[in-house]
Design a protein around this ligand. Structure first.
Ligand SMILES: [Zn+2]
Length: 508
């Protein structure tokens, strides 16, 4: 009997050893899988120095604090909500403060007349010789002129100064006027019911501001001040997309697209003399996509002419406008193929929620046309075959998380495909698209949202550094090595600053 009991107990022990071994095996496999995932993530190839590790500890504490609080209280997780509701609050966080100071490399996806804030535009309406037309449908247009403009207006052209001072309440008048220079509103749920509704409002911004910005002196000042704002946001180099509108002056002269490019060249030269630590800028000529083939042919010739006149200024060519409603890239394939020897392409493609529609399939055309980068590539997640092509051809993906939320491709940024692009180690750079229109900083908000709202909880300083380095690598700058060296110097300065200012004082 005793022997039977002993055998039984031994059997029990054996079972428990086996169970424990099985458990250990499962734990080990889990650990290996997790490690594989972490080792594949964008930025995992970067090795942090001792001082970088100190900064990493600081920012990870800050990141984890925000994430873990959100995990416990999902209703209070800022970045899962609408951007308008948290854009100002996050500016007061230590993490945002650090990210703002961080050298972010280059801004490779932005549109020239949508960088600065509505307050900046409002100030421009105080300039002399500005006329305003309040359209009966609620729209607004402006023109600088030495006498009452002859252009059509549904009501009448009035001198801006007269309208403002006869309003009786200048503060209220300016507050109402400012609404034309931003799409931010507390009523976004009610007004922006779908992607087309928000795009209509977005386009109204460009109509409202067009007459102000295309006045030649303002055009040049706006670009100069955009460069200044980028520099202050710790961006060192810019590639800006522009439709290159015709400019005008008070004497009634108009200037064609090539002259507009010349304005950029001259303004950039002036800026580089004033701020020699900036690494320069290039232009991507990006006219509207909702046009016919003859117009595109003409646009491509304009791009060739700009390249001939200002070879260092022009990076390449793109077309812009809402992809779902505009012409698809494939409609212009003969023209694009013909110009491919002369011009580099930087196509917007896949800025859509649709699958298999023309806007989604723009991705195929962009890739076969050897685009240098893809603007947005939001829909790329649905096409694994194209991931391989992007890697094989080393095409940079310009991801604009805040834009994609504001323009209603995704409501909760945690569901943005960028999370998968990070995980898959795809060649990502962060852009900001039209930051001024939604009152964001030129690039810091996009870094903050991508880091806190999109990236893996384990993703750290290495991801941030990689994103900055990628922006330099995928740029069209003429001397990337020199720019990367300069970046490394600024990065080390940033690391020292954070260690000195936050290591002991940070309430992390
Ligand atoms: Zn864009």
């Amino acid at each position: 009997m005793l022997k039977a009991i002993i055998v039984f107990l031994e059997f029990k022990i054996l079972l428990s050893v086996m169970a424990s071994e099985k458990l250990q095996n499962v734990i080990k496999q889990r650990e290996q899988l997790l490690q594989k995932d972490l080792e594949m993530m964008l930025g995992s190839d970067i090795v942090l120095s001792e001082s970088e590790q100190k900064v990493n500890d600081i920012i990870m504490k800050l990141k984890h604090r925000e994430l873990d609080y959100g995990f416990e209280n999902p209703g209070h997780f800022n970045v899962s909500k609408h951007f308008f509701s948290y854009k100002d609050n996050v500016k007061n966080t230590t993490l945002f403060e650090i990210l703002q100071q961080m050298p972010k490399g280059a801004l490779l996806h932005t549109h020239d007349t949508a960088v600065l804030s509505p307050d900046y535009t409002l100030k421009l309406t105080y300039m002399d010789n500005l006329y305003v037309c309040f359209e009966s449908d609620g729209g607004i247009r402006f023109l600088f002129s030495s006498k009452t403009p002859k252009e059509t207006c549904g009501t009448q052209w009035q001198l801006m100064k007269d309208v403002r001072y006869s309003s009786g309440d200048i503060e209220q008048f300016d507050a109402d006027l400012r609404k034309h220079f931003t799409i931010v509103t507390e009523r976004h749920n009610e007004l922006y019911t779908d992607i087309n509704a928000v795009w209509i409002r977005f386009q109204q911004y460009f109509i409202a501001t067009g007459g102000i910005f295309t006045y030649k002196p303002v055009w040049e000042q706006y670009f100069y001040d955009s460069l200044k704002a980028l520099r202050e946001d710790n961006v060192m180099y810019l590639e800006v997309r522009s439709v290159l509108p015709h400019l005008y002056d008070l004497e009634g002269n108009t200037y064609d697209s090539v002259s507009t490019a010349q304005s950029y060249k001259e303004t950039l030269d002036r800026f580089m003399i004033d701020y020699p630590d900036f690494c320069g800028a290039k232009l991507i000529y990006a006219p509207m996509r909702l046009v016919d083939r003859a117009t595109i042919k003409g646009n491509l010739n304009t791009a060739r002419e700009i390249k001939r006149r200002f070879p260092k200024l022009l990076a390449g060519f793109d077309i812009v406008g809402q992809e779902d409603l505009g012409a698809a890239l494939k409609e212009f394939l003969p023209e694009f193929v013909e110009a491919a020897n002369d011009l580099d392409y930087f196509f917007h493609a896949g800025e859509t929620n649709w699958n298999g529609m023309s806007s989604d399939e723009n991705l195929y055309d962009a890739i076969v046309l050897d685009t240098r980068r893809i603007g947005h590539a939001y829909a790329l997640i649905k096409h694994p075959q194209l991931w391989n092509e992007v890697v094989r051809k080393d095409i940079g993906l310009e991801i604009n998380v805040v834009s994609n939320c504001v323009l209603k491709l995704v409501n909760d940024v945690r569901n943005h495909p960028l999370a998968a692009f990070f995980a898959q180690n795809l060649p990502v750079v962060l852009g900001s698209d039209d930051s001024g229109v939604w009152e964001a900083l030129p690039l810091t908000h996009d870094f903050y949202v991508a880091f806190v709202g999109v990236s893996n909880r384990h993703a750290d300083l290495r991801l941030l550094k990689k994103l900055a380095l990628n922006s330099l690598k995928y740029s069209a700058h003429d001397n990337k090595d020199e720019m990367i060296n300069e970046f490394e110097i600024r990065w080390m300065r940033f690391i020292d600053t954070v260690v000195n200012n936050y290591e002991h004082s940070c309430k992390c």
